[in-house]
Design a protein around this ligand. Structure first.
Ligand code: SAH
Ligand code: MG
Length: 210
């Protein structure tokens, strides 16, 4: 049986004015920020993990970065976004928050960012960018994660598409879905990671490095 939305909503924490403004902005401008139940779960796992540094791929307007920064006041967050106007919005929103000093935004394509620009280790990496490229993001950034660190990967449901038979997936999205499937098969049998799928929000995959 499915849990009712009202029951799930009863566990969602209150957000301050700035966060609510960002949620409304995202809705209005069709920016795909993380769902509330997803971010609650991610944040609780992060509170348990207690990372000192997080790398986020896919800032959008800075919503999830700010949510993570609020959940972990002692953590430094580096976040990468390639869309210039989203970077501007993210900077403006974050400047208005109390977490401005703990979030660094890097503008650019995460697959092209020079590694020298980044700290050498991140105990947590949150991948939430172009869905067809998860394998590439993982291959590029997982070497920065030490043993015991975690990669969190959002949108494994692909808004329901990854659940469908490939013939039912719109043609222009098939490559993306095939890539996602290749990635999930690869990571689930990867000897260096213990991975688990959390069917919350749009589907969160959690890969613990051995
Ligand atoms: N994490 C955000 C939502 C991110 S939406 C939140 O929950 O609040 C995904 C974002 O990833 C988009 O803004 C898109 O522009 C960005 N993106 C996609 N591919 C990227 C890439 N290769 N490098 C950097 N950013 C990318
Ligand atoms: Mg997402």
């Amino acid at each position: 049986m499915e849990l009712s939305d009202a029951y799930i909503a009863s566990f969602i924490s209150e957000r301050d004015e700035l966060l609510v403004e960002m949620e409304n902005f995202a809705k209005q401008h069709h920016v795909p920020i993380m769902q509330l139940a997803g971010i609650e779960s991610l944040n609780q796992l992060l509170r348990i993990q207690k990372p000192k540094a997080i790398l986020e791929i896919g800032t959008a307007i800075g919503y999830s970065a700010l949510r993570m920064a609020k959940a972990l006041p002692d953590c430094q967050i580096v976040t990468i976004e390639r869309d210039e106007s989203r970077v501007q919005y993210a900077k403006e929103f974050i400047a208005r928050s109390e977490a401005a000093n703990s979030i660094q935004i890097i503008e650019g394509d995460a697959l092209e960012v020079e590694m020298e620009k980044l700290p050498t280790t991140f105990d947590a990496v949150f991948i939430d960018a172009a869905k067809g490229q998860y394998m590439k993001f993982f291959e590029k950034y997982s070497p920065l994660v030490p043993s015991g660190g975690v990669l969190y990967i959002d949108n494994m449901y692909m808004h329901g598409l990854s659940n469908l038979d490939i013939k039912e997936v719109p043609r222009r999205k098939r490559t993306m879905i095939r890539n996602l499937k290749t990635f999930s098969d690869w990571i689930m049998s990867h000897p260096d990671y213990t991975s688990a799928f959390f069917p919350v929000g749009d589907g969160l995959l959690i890969c613990l490095k051995r």
